[in-house]
Ligand binder design. Structure first.
Ligand code: HEM
Length: 325
């Protein structure tokens, strides 16, 4: 077996910085370059690997024994103490979207801003501040009963809030922008908002995947899609790229709410797939259905730039006009 592994090619090595501002602002041409470079690529700058094709992403995400989350879903390896705070019990590093990537200048600037409100933010998850009888308090009851260890309720609540807020906001913003830019799709949606709200959401997160990427760590030296991968290396799952891979989708750049979207991987795949996805669907559906009933036309009335964040794709602002029925 060792002989065979030795004979396989190594992943293509690239000098590019996946976290450079221009690649975050306009990621799609860059992702195309990554997909074309091979099934696995290596970023020399971060000493990490990446998958950008749909087939390989699905394969790795559903093979948790070879690609583990237990060393954190960020670039830093939590088993080696390479994180900025204690990991949550649920997602090993929760989704603070500038912290999933490298500790670059962007990370330190956002940490500086976050530090000012961190005490207040963390107090939200303390038991005394939760709604009596609510979901959060029930988690503490589970802890009281000894079903989970001490501290788990608090950190799980943190993961749920972090995982569920900016992601869904990003999806709703992108969806409205895509509708404003594609009035033909708005017409289809308007023909039956109850039928098309969820398909429009799925198509939005395929095309503008809120969490663009996160990491796994290899648990062994292995052959993967024809190349060798070493043990204990970080592999970036660029799901946003897989969602636009022409090997998996026809006309991938087109916003088409009638598309069959079962294979989109914006919620991940396998055992760590998003636990909040039904809530995200419900929230978006609620917003879209009201708009579908009341609004004839959505019009963009100014530029809608994206924020430059290491792993989250979200609009900074979305000036628009809604013309009522
Ligand atoms: C459009 C909205 C959302 C997107 C795109 C999204 C995306 C994701 C992705 C990609 C993962 C898997 C990460 C991995 O494999 O390591 C994940 C996990 C998770 N999500 Fe979401 N999410 C969304 C909404 C939500 C909501 C509304 C909640 C909570 C109410 C939530 C809570 C979580 C949690 C707690 C995990 C960790 C699950 C685990 O590691 O077992 N997410 N999400």
């Amino acid at each position: 077996m060792a002989m065979v592994l030795e004979q396989l090619p190594k992943p293509a090595e690239l000098d590019d910085d996946v976290f450079a501002g221009e690649n975050l602002q306009n990621p799609y041409p860059f992702y195309e370059k990554l997909r074309d470079a091979g099934p696995v690529v290596k970023f020399k700058k971060w000493d990490s690997y990446a998958l950008a094709r749909h087939k390989e992403l699905k394969q790795a995400l559903t093979d948790w024994e070879s690609f583990t989350s237990s060393a954190g879903v960020g670039l830093g390896n939590i088993k080696k103490g390479e994180t900025w705070r204690s990991p949550s019990a649920l997602v090993e590093v929760d989704f603070n979207f500038n912290s999933v990537g490298p500790q670059n200048e962007r990370f330190w600037k956002s940490k500086e801003r976050a530090d000012k409100v961190m005490d207040r933010f963390l107090s939200v998850f303390e038991r005394k501040n939760l709604i009596p009888g609510g979901f959060g308090e029930k988690l503490y009851q589970v802890e009281d009963e000894g079903q989970v260890g001490e501290g788990v309720a608090n950190s799980v609540l943190r993961s749920i809030l972090r995982g569920g807020m900016d992601t869904t906001m990003s999806a709703i913003g992108s969806c409205l922008k895509l509708f404003a830019d594609n009035p033909d799709q708005w017409e289809i949606f308007k023909s039956d908002p109850t039928k098309w709200a969820v398909p429009a959401f799925e198509e939005t997160i395929r095309l503008e995947t809120p969490i663009q990427s996160y990491y796994r760590t290899t648990t062994k030296r292995m052959e993967f899609s024809g190349v060798t991968l070493d043990s204990d290396v970080k592999v970036q799952m660029i799901v946003a790229s897989g969602n636009r891979d022409p090997r998996a989708w026809s006309n991938p750049e087109k916003f088409d709410i009638t598309r069959k979207n079962y294979e989109q991987i914006a919620f991940g795949a396998g055992i760590h797939t998003c636990i909040g996805q039904m809530i995200a669907r419900l929230e978006t559906e609620a917003v879209l259905k009201v708009l579908g009933r009341k609004v004839k036309k959505l019009e963009a009335v100014g530029p809608a730039p994206h924020r430059t964040i290491n792993t989250l794709r979200t609009l900074d602002r979305l000036p628009m006009r809604a013309i009522l029925n």
